[in-house]
Design a protein around this ligand. Sequence first.
Ligand code: SAH
Length: 394
Amino acid sequence: MKSIRLKEGKERSLQRRHPWVFDSAIAKGAAEPGETVRVESHSGQFLAWAAYSPASRIKARVWSFDEAQRIDAAFIGQLIDKALAARSLFDIQSDGLRLVHGESDGLPGLIVDRYGDTLVAQFTSCGTEHFKTEIADALLRATGLSRLYERSDANVRSLEGLPEVTGWLRGEGPVELQIREHYWQLTLNIADGHKTGFYLDQRDSRQRFAVHARHRQYKKVLNCFCYTGGFTVAALAGGAAHVTSIDSSGPALQRAKANVALNGFDESRTTFMDADVNASLRAFIEQGATFDAIVLDPPKFAPTAAHADRAARAYKDINRLAFKLLVPGGELFTYSCSGGISADLFHKIVASAGMDAGVDGFISERLQGAPDHPMTVLFPEGEYLKGLVVVKKP
Ligand code: SAH
């Protein structure tokens, strides 16, 4: 068994059970990609078993802090079983759900989503790549399903020195799927959709949006960065009279239209715009348009804290424009899915957008990712998605 030894004083984060070992903390030792290593303090004391990743700045990701634990197929199977068991503790109103959410489930670099009876997995670390066969076997055994599609085409794989891989890993079947979410249906494509095909993490926010649409009787809604129309369908299901949806992806908009039709809503209640959100918001202001509710759910502007400054300006800009377009009493559902932007910083960005727009608002709700994308007490970095519901002061 190979070992890596840390520099003096660098054992503290592992002693607090944080699962990453950074390049800068290592005094000596190396191993093959994905190989299990013994991580030791400067004095040689056992700290953890971890998967080694030579190309990454995160050189090792912890499997276990227990010296007696063997890191093998049985152990991987137990982690998968625990992740699945945790899902029954959460309130999930859908047959699309995240079964494994990386570090939060003790499986750094593994994402597994279930859409009906199809599983989709993304392997983004050398450790999960190394145990891919064991993980796939355990997933099929634990779920009783037979189809597993691999979507290992995330950018972060290149940071680990891993090539992109997509396709059926186990079984075969349709890549065009339909799920139920709350009281509506949505279609998705696991082969060419974003991430594993769909943004399951916004499930509960979409439900809140439907509730607000009903309660506040929205007439004119603007859904920015609509992707396949999740928030559009939610607003219509809540009774919104008309929803304008903007995205710069033609295929996503086609699917959004299809999702509206699938739920039996008349297309006359919708407008779809294949356009840039920032430019569209500016054009609406020039036209003197207003909306009762606006959703801003942009892509990840800041993947890491290093991108935070530029991202902050981009978030501020769209929020400032949205504030101007809201009627007094109107509601803004605004999000950041950037790991590099903390909830506190996001609040400050929205505050400064309000300041520039000359608008104040009541923060009526703070939102986060759905519970099957859990954040844990010991791994605060797991928090990536945060949202605010702001009611523009009348
Ligand atoms: N709210 C969606 C998820 C949004 S993902 C849901 O609930 O499913 C972000 C979306 O922003 C993607 O569909 C992407 O195509 C779109 N996008 C990225 N940059 C854009 C831009 N500048 N203008 C319009 N859409 C953009």
